[in-house]
Write a protein that binds this ligand. Structure first.
Ligand code: ZN
Ligand code: ZN
Length: 376
């Protein structure tokens, strides 16, 4: 008598290779037990993991990671949060996914019991980091409060999984969480952008993804700003759909936006640069009644013309990660191939080369944009 092939018949080893964080900027390749999925969780065999700017923060400074109530250093903690892979084992009660499904993951599984989670704002969960010992409220954030993607396997809540179409590469699928961040930003700005102007300040991965998505959703015009150093990124921005590209080393960004919008200012500004002057510039680029979403942030407090914001009824939003199932919607938009998202991926390294991948991303070696670590 034959039994149908199920998850738990797959050959899954007891132990796996994983990168762990020692002190600041110290990564070590070690062996760890393969984690076991609990209720509403699956075990993912990781296919590829992208390096994100926030990984660099975690590895060097610790925050915003919060492991067992403190810094992530010397806790056998594995960073990495932008990963994709294959479901290889189902936890109890899981019927939303099957073994063999290709999926990308988003970062946060909310606790589901706090006020913010109940509003769909699970990336702003009030129980962030509360996932250990007597403090276990159920919240998980891959690569921030629980082990992440620089390993062979990881456990994920079913809520964090987005299906990956068969014709999307592993490398491109690691960009899905970036797409989720952009969709969440557009959500808080109002969501409907067809025929409205969008300025994206800063051509990093999120900014470039923002250009592609705003264009795909019908925004017009889409404007991208960057510096002389960003020349290649600005060219990619054009290919992704920017109608106008502003090199702020040559032209004043606010004046350029006013020229392009015939003195009105933009409906929406998506701030993705984190430059110290960016918010103040955004305030002066937005039209009266316009909206600004802050995605990137500077490390120091910055001066802003608050009177201009108030007297012009300009709305200012901050977003944290990607809530309200934005990642699944971002994945769907990428699957429709409405813009060439894969242009963001510039470099691939093997699992053994994680430190080199991180170096390429942090120092922008060879004009790196998205650096991906591929497992197989
Ligand atoms: Zn990220
Ligand atoms: Zn919560």
């Amino acid at each position: 008598m034959s039994v149908p092939a199920r998850a738990n018949e797959l050959q899954i080893p007891q132990r796996m290779k994983a990168w762990v964080l020692g002190g600041p900027d110290e990564l070590r390749l070690v062996e760890k037990p393969v984690p076991q999925p609990g209720v509403a969780e699956v075990l993912v065999r990781i296919g590829a993991t992208a390096v994100c700017g926030t990984d660099l923060e975690v590895i060097s400074r610790g925050a915003p990671a919060l492991v067992q109530g403190g810094t992530p250093f010397n806790k056998n903690f594995t960073p990495g949060h932008e990963y994709m892979g294959t479901v290889v084992r189902l936890g109890p009660g899981v019927d939303e996914f099957d073994v063999g499904d290709r999926i990308a993951v988003e970062i946060h599984a909310g606790c589901g019991r706090c006020e913010r989670c109940r509003e769909g704002m699970y990336t702003a969960c009030l129980n962030y980091g509360m996932n250990y010992g007597d403090h276990d409220k159920g919240h998980r954030a891959n690569g921030f409060t629980t082990d992440g993607g620089f390993a062979e396997y990881a456990v994920n809540h079913v809520n964090t999984l987005s299906p990956v179409p068969a014709d999307m590469s592993d490398e491109e699928a690691t960009l899905i969480v970036t797409a989720g961040t952009v969709i969440y930003g557009l959500d808080v700005l109002g969501g409907l952008i067809a025929g409205q102007s969008v300025v994206v300040t800063g051509p990093g991965p999120i900014g470039l993804m923002g250009v592609g998505m705003a264009k795909a959703l019908g925004a017009s015009p889409v404007v991208l700003t960057g510096t002389e150093r960003d020349r290649r990124r600005l060219d990619i921005g054009r290919t992704l759909g920017a109608d106008e590209v502003i090199d702020v080393s040559r032209e004043n960004a606010v004046e350029a936006v006013m020229r392009i919008t015939r003195g009105r200012g933009a409906h929406y500004v998506l701030e993705c640069s984190g430059a110290p002057n960016a918010l103040n510039d955004a305030a002066h680029m937005a039209s009266r009644g316009g909206r600004i979403c802050l995605v990137a942030f500077p490390h120091e407090p910055v001066p802003v013309d608050v009177a201009h914001l108030v007297s012009n009824n300009i709305y200012l939003f901050g977003i944290r990660g990607e809530g309200r199932s934005a990642t699944r919607r971002g994945a769907a938009l990428m699957a429709q191939k409405r813009f060439p998202a894969k242009l963001l991926h510039t470099h691939t390294f093997s699992f053994e080369e994680v430190p080199t991948a991180i170096q390429y991303a942090s120092q922008r070696i060879e004009d790196a944009i998205k650096v991906v670590v591929k497992m197989h």
